[in-house]
Ligand binder design. Structure first.
Ligand SMILES: [Zn+2]
Length: 469
């Protein structure tokens, strides 16, 4: 099965299986040594806060660079060795401005919108064309999309009564050469028939926020601009389209096909050159406090803890990695790292530990807004079969809500997938939180549970030590 499709299926399975449960708070009394090794609760939280300073950290852009530079300085300050920016070539899509205005007589009616990542850019004047509303599918040849700005409903798949923003049946966001997407994907169906722009209404989103970004894996250039609008704009846009109004769609920015990015790597030598990889990713759809500020904070916390131990207490070499990107080109950051280090690290890897967006609060929806609660959103722990399992179960008992998924041959739907694409038989544990807002601009620092972030790192440190014993 095609990898992209497997990933979608995996996500459907996970979100079906996971619902937000009440957290079972267990008393955790850390042994002095581990508490002394970890940074303080405030210090770990500050890393997540620092990583959420920038509006969006898309691979290769200036905001992304600021976040990555922060990590680079922290790696240096912790005394990691061989701290390196490992460059690789990648397209860089850098958005500047976006707007949607319907021309109604002498009036121009602004419809709040957000860019679709990786969509085609316009010039500053934008593209002006008649609106055509098609509902949620392109039914027949009678719908003449050529020369139109097409307005379509994007309905998230509903599971357990809740729309799952990671699964979009009529706009898969997959590469254009993917057979499945050409049949189902409204973006490509309309673009291929001459549409000049797309407006997707987030029609069944639980909020009215248009600032949404699918974890897009496509590195190809997309031909036409595309924006999202909130569901409250639906009736208005349908009326405008039915009455033959035109709109001006602006999406400016640049796409550098020959861009650059880098993974950040730092090491701590131990008693053997066998390797433990501790990994997260440094990109995010928006400011990314949880996704993946908490992942970065966790890698920094683990690095700090191991750096406080004498080398004789480290049985293996620790390699800390913050990859360039999980949200672009099929987990390009992990994949580039794995390709580069197949022989020196991956073939000597005892454990690949991937930590992403842990300790995000669950939200509830009030008046079309997502409001943080005092509960945590669920985690999924993917792991390879075998000896990893008992230690994972310890972690599960220490900290909930967690669902375990043991994958022997499938790819984890996380920043572990790029490693697995290069080397299938890695022993790995991939800890990934899945709050609803990961792909929305609601992913802000108020969603990070400071206590949970600390406790998660305490558990992860204990687990890693136990695993390596
Ligand atoms: Zn992530």
């Amino acid at each position: 099965m095609h990898l992209y499709f497997s990933l979608l299926i995996a996500f459907i399975l996970i979100v079906t299986a996971c619902s937000t449960k009440e957290v079972i708070q267990t008393d955790i009394n850390p042994p002095q040594s581990e508490a002394a090794q970890l940074p303080t609760k405030d210090e770990i939280y500050r890393h997540a806060q620092q990583m959420s300073q920038y509006p969006r950290k898309h691979i290769g852009t200036a905001d992304w660079e600021k976040g990555m530079n922060y990590v680079f300085q922290q790696f240096k300050a912790l005394g990691l060795q061989d701290v390196t920016k490992e460059n690789f070539a990648t397209p860089v899509w850098d958005v500047q401005s976006w707007s949607l205005n319907v021309l109604d007589g002498n009036n121009s009616v602004n419809i709040p919108c957000s860019f679709e990542y990786n969509a085609g850019f316009t010039n500053a004047a934008g593209v002006t064309a008649p609106l055509l509303y098609i509902g949620s599918s392109l039914e027949s040849a009678s719908e003449k999309v050529e020369g139109k700005i097409v307005v379509a409903d994007l309905n998230f798949l509903v599971q357990n009564g809740q729309p799952n923003p990671f699964v979009r049946p009529n706009h898969l966001g997959l590469p254009k050469d993917n057979g499945t997407s050409s049949l189902l994907d409204l973006y490509w169906r309309c673009a291929n028939r001459g549409a000049v722009g797309m407006v997707f209404i987030l029609a069944n989103s639980p909020t009215n926020n248009p600032e949404y970004m699918w974890p897009n894996m496509d590195a190809n250039a997309w031909p036409i601009p595309s924006v999202f609008v909130g569901k409250n704009a639906k009736a208005q846009l349908e009326n405008f389209a039915d009455s033959g109004k035109s709109a001006k769609l602006v999406l400016t920015g640049s796409r550098n096909a020959n861009g650059q990015a880098y993974n950040l790597v730092g090491t701590l030598p131990g008693q053997s050159d066998s390797v433990v990889l501790v990994v997260t990713h440094g990109d995010s759809p928006f400011s990314g406090a949880v996704e993946d500020g908490t992942g970065v904070a966790s890698v920094l916390a683990q690095a700090r803890a191991w750096s406080k131990m004498p080398a004789k207490d480290r049985p293996y070499t620790l390699v800390f990695v913050v990859t360039a990107a999980h949200f672009f080109d099929n987990d390009i950051g992990s994949r580039k790292f794995a390709e580069k280090h197949l022989n020196d690290y991956l073939n000597k890897t005892k454990l690949l530990l991937v930590i992403e967006h842990v300790a995000g609060k669950a939200v509830e929806f009030k008046n079309n807004q997502a409001v943080a609660t005092d509960k945590l959103s669920p985690w999924v722990i993917y792991h390879s079969k075998g000896k990893v399992l008992p230690e994972v179960q310890n972690l599960v008992r220490t900290y909930a809500p967690v669902q375990e998924i043991s994958l022997s041959d499938g790819a984890a739907l996380s920043a572990a997938s790029g490693f697995q694409a290069v080397k299938k038989d890695l022993d790995y544990v991939s800890i990934v939180g899945i709050p609803w807002y990961l792909v929305f601009s609601e992913d802000t620092i108020d969603k990070v549970d400071k206590d949970a972030l600390y406790n998660a790192n305490l558990s992860i440190l204990k687990f890693t030590k136990a695993y390596l014993d």
